[in-house]
Design a protein around this ligand. Structure first.
Ligand SMILES: CC(C)(COP(=O)(O)OP(=O)(O)OC[C@H]1O[C@@H](n2cnc3c(N)ncnc32)[C@H](O)[C@@H]1OP(=O)(O)O)[C@@H](O)C(=O)NCCC(=O)NCCS
Length: 188
């Protein structure tokens, strides 16, 4: 696996790039204070701009380490950051990467995350040289599963009662998807 790090990527409508402290106001306004966004992710809405600054400080620190892949997603039309896509787990020995993502609800259902994820998948297979990319979503979050399928992933199965859903306080399944190197190059 090549240690390329977070390289700037571009699609028809989006720019994927590193985050810095300068982005705090936009991430705060566009997705970090959006309770629809945080409903199915591990983190909670940011209460003040300091939370957004801390989040980005953590990102800046992570770029100093090997194999850090964390992109902010900028909508070219408005030149603003509207979401993020990042490697949550990187296993260099086994060449596997887990991806997570989020997008401000004002920008949902325009195909943005599928567009971003496809570009990240291309980069990770073609340039970083990973073997497997995987992603998981809470059972209730079916739009995320659609993004995974539309991006070329296959459904692998349910990890039963793997997490407590913070909305219901009850155990919920995690739905797991992946794409392997062979799938990607055979379907290019
Ligand atoms: C999940 C998320 C990233 C999707 O981003 P997006 O840019 O809207 O995704 P896309 O437009 O590429 O695709 C969304 C798909 O879900 C579908 N969808 C939307 N709401 C849905 C719902 N309530 N139930 C089922 N499908 C739904 C859309 O119709 C679309 O599918 P289609 O192209 O077949 O019509 C975005 O909703 C989000 O950030 N959610 C909050 C954070 C989150 O859940 N992150 C993932 C954690 S695993």
């Amino acid at each position: 696996m090549e240690n390329i790090g977070t390289k700037r990527l571009e699609t028809a409508r989006l720019i994927l790039r590193k985050g810095s402290l300068k982005d705090a106001e936009e991430i705060f306004n566009n997705y970090c204070t959006d309770s629809l966004v945080t409903k199915y992710v591990t983190w909670n809405v940011h209460k003040s701009i300091d939370d957004s600054l801390n989040y980005l400080k953590h990102w800046e620190e992570s770029y100093k380490k090997d194999h850090s892949y964390k992109w902010l997603i900028e909508d070219k039309e408005i030149s603003q950051v509207v979401g993020a896509i990042a490697a949550i787990n990187v296993d260099v020995k086994n060449k596997t990467i887990e991806i997570g993502y989020c997008l401000g609800s004002n920008w949902w259902n325009k195909g943005y995350m599928t567009e971003a994820f496809k570009e990240v998948i291309k980069f990770l297979f073609e340039e970083v040289g990973v073997e497997t990319i995987y992603a998981e979503h809470l059972a209730a979050n079916s739009s995320s599963g659609k993004v995974m399928l539309k991006s070329g992933m296959k459904y692998e199965g349910s990890l039963r009662n793997r997490l407590i859903d913070k909305n219901t306080n009850k155990p919920t399944d995690l739905e797991s998807y992946s794409i392997i190197r062979e799938d990607y190059f055979n379907n290019k």
